[in-house]
Design a binder for this molecule. Structure first.
Ligand code: GLU
Length: 304
């Protein structure tokens, strides 16, 4: 009995060593990629003695000794929670960590809080999250309630369909089709505004993974949102799903934060700019979204 316990302990120890023995954060995708696609996520230098006079959010973070970051939990490659380990991984999660490090906090001080699209403005405005990183398009309408650092990425609206469906090839082939998207998102608004399908054919959920489930069970014919999100779902299930057509919008992703906290916004813009300039942004991309082979152009920070 004791020997068995000892052996089990040694095995766990060995596994832990394998997982943590490399420099930086262990690559979290768990996709088993090798060779050119096995780029690991970078490690971030935690800034010392950061002070941001005039930032109410930063004062609150300091008081708590840690930060709460709003994210998505079901978007492969961007923000996804591993149901077994409870760990979050993806491009957005790395951006969240990079900013936290620049503010003086390493990952152990981060509490991730899943906030779906329809609940973002409220979660930011009422302080449930200190900032939000989750495929959050910068729009003038949202700027009435929150502010945005960035953009740190640019996506475009696309379509996900079943692989054997050749009847949907782009946004102008959706009439008469059931189209699914998420409450409070820019893509569902665009489907409505442009009348891409009949109002009765628009199906809406809180999460994109729920739409993808309905696509698989043939209760809907297409899922629409940012191509970056849809590519992640297609990559998980390449035998049954595909992304079709050309992107039909521009979706610049911002980090959402309190509307009045321009001090924090400027600081995050500085941190993003530095990551774009010193190669860290590219490393993050290569270790997450870029694993599918896609390339991305660097965004230009829009200060205001
Ligand atoms: N980027 C779009 C938005 O902010 C769609 C993705 C999402 O819902 O997060 O609404």
């Amino acid at each position: 009995m004791r020997i068995r316990t000892l052996a089990a302990g040694l095995l766990v120890g060995a596994l832990a060593l394998t997982a943590c023995g490399k420099e930086g954060t262990p690559s979290s995708g768990g996709t088993g990629d090798s060779g050119a696609n096995s780029a690991a996520t970078p490690s971030y230098t935690v800034a010392q003695n950061v002070d941001l006079p005039g930032s109410a959010t930063f004062a609150k973070i300091k008081g708590k000794g840690g930060l709460t970051i709003g994210v998505k939990d079901d978007q492969p490659g961007l923000g996804q929670k591993d149901p077994t380990t409870g760990k979050y991984a993806g491009f957005d999660i790395e951006i969240a960590k990079l900013v936290a490090a620049g503010l003086g906090y390493d990952e152990s001080k981060i509490t991730y809080q899943t906030v779906d699209s329809g609940a973002r403005e409220a979660a930011i405005a009422n302080g449930t999250v200190d900032y939000y990183v989750g495929t959050y398009t910068i729009t003038d309408k949202r700027k009435q309630q929150v502010s945005f650092a960035g953009p740190y990425f640019q996506a475009g609206q696309g379509l996900l369909v079943r692989k054997d469906d050749n009847s949907i090839t782009g946004k102008d082939t959706l009439k008469g089709k059931k189209v699914c998207s998420v409450t409070g998102s820019t893509p569902i608004q665009r489907v409505r505004d442009q009348g891409l399908t009949e109002p009765g054919n628009i199906v809406e959920f809180q999460k994109y993974s729920q739409c993808v489930e309905k696509l698989n069970t043939k209760e809907v014919d297409a899922v629409t949102t940012d191509d970056a999100i849809l590519k992640g779902f297609a990559a998980q299930d390449p035998d049954t799903l595909k992304v079709v057509g050309e992107p039909f919008s521009t979706e610049p992703y911002g980090i959402g934060l309190n509307k009045d906290d321009s001090v924090l916004r400027n600081k995050i813009d500085d941190l993003l700019q530095a990551a774009l300039d010193d190669g860290t942004w590219q490393k993050i991309y290569d270790a997450t979204l870029g694993k599918s082979g896609s390339t991305a152009t660097k965004p230009t920070i829009q200060r205001y």
